[in-house]
Design a protein around this ligand. Structure first.
Ligand code: MRU
Length: 314
């Protein structure tokens, strides 16, 4: 399994996910500012991977003698939606105030993330049947975490348990995490995979080609989850055709304080929508809306697969 990130000689190396699947290249982060840049430009993306990178950003700040409270706020401002970013910075601050080093906390967080995902995989495997076709949206795989993955971790666990499964990946416009990343991960593991355009998900469900949907989350609250734009349409179609719709997420993605509609939905650059491979597909001056996430309400969700078991949404 390809490494999303690694820590070596007091530097953080991030796999540049903007270049996948064709180029495998790591960028070296020497300062916490490099880490912020990596998160903002989506070289590293996916809620748990953003969290672990943020912790390493704090570690780099500590090594450079920065004020961790100040840089913590800066790191938190890199992207607004994924809870893990805030959770990771706060966890580092808390443990540092109790005498740990930020470097040790980050290294531990990276290890824990993989162990947590394997636990999610174990629980998730219990809802997968032999011969299931599973549809997923965006990339909630090893590349979105320190390794193994949440939604794709469940798929990996079912595959490792020798279940005969196949996967349908939504391409996930505009950044194409499904086409570029999830398909890549499945191909690396020899898990049968088909790529569809986002608009084909409802059609595949209507034809009876989908047995389960599993997605990841950037925020889980008591009344719903926030995940990659397009998740809501997938959930609505799944409800229409009675297809179980699961969310796989670690407890570090849970927000126990706010309602899901309080989530700040990141708006990204118009160019992501207007351009394909650097070429404008509409006039440059076209008005664009580019929300990166949407909200799936609880009543559309069958279960939330966590490292503590499968929770029923309220
Ligand atoms: O914009 P991205 O690529 O960071 O969005 C990622 C997602 O929406 C994932 O589904 C989510 O972060 C869960 S990753 C385990």
């Amino acid at each position: 399994m390809i490494r999303t990130l690694y820590w070596e000689n007091n530097r953080l190396f991030l796999l540049d996910q903007t270049k996948l699947p064709h180029t495998i290249e790591y960028v070296e982060c020497r300062t916490y500012v490099d880490v912020i840049d990596g998160i903002k430009t989506m070289k590293v993306r996916g809620a748990p991977a953003i969290g672990v990178s943020a912790a390493y950003g704090m570690a780099l700040g500590e090594l450079a003698g920065e004020d961790l409270n100040v840089i913590g706020d800066e790191i938190k401002s890199a992207r607004p939606t994924a809870v893990n970013l805030f959770w990771a910075v706060d966890k580092v601050l808390d443990l540092v105030s109790r005498g740990k080093s930020a470097v040790d906390v980050a290294i531990e967080m990276e290890k824990d993330d993989v162990a947590i995902n394997k636990k999610i995989g174990e629980y998730g495997n219990s809802v997968i049947d032999d011969n299931d076709t599973i549809l997923t949206h965006c990339n909630a795989g090893a590349l979105a975490c320190a390794g193994y993955g949440t939604a794709l971790g469940v798929i990996r666990a079912a595959h490792e348990a020798n279940k005969n499964i196949d996967v349908i990946c939504d391409e996930t416009r505009p950044v194409l995490q499904g086409a570029r990343l999830s398909v890549f991960e499945m191909q690396q593991e020899n898990i049968p995979v088909r790529l569809i355009v986002d608009g084909a998900a409802g059609h595949m469900m209507q034809k009876g080609e989908v047995d389960k949907v599993i997605i990841g989350a950037d925020r889980v609250a008591k009344d719903g989850v926030a995940n990659k734009i397009g998740s809501l349409m997938v959930a609505l179609a799944a409800k229409r055709y009675d297809i179980p719709f699961y969310v796989a997420a670690p407890m570090s993605t849970f927000d126990f304080e706010n309602n899901i509609f309080d989530t700040i939905i990141e708006q990204r650059l118009p160019e992501e929508v207007l351009c394909i491979n650097g070429k404008y597909i509409s006039k440059k001056q076209t008005n664009v809306e580019n929300p990166a996430f949407d909200i799936v309400e609880s009543d559309l969700i069958t279960g939330i697969i966590t490292e503590e078991g499968i929770k029923k949404p309220l």
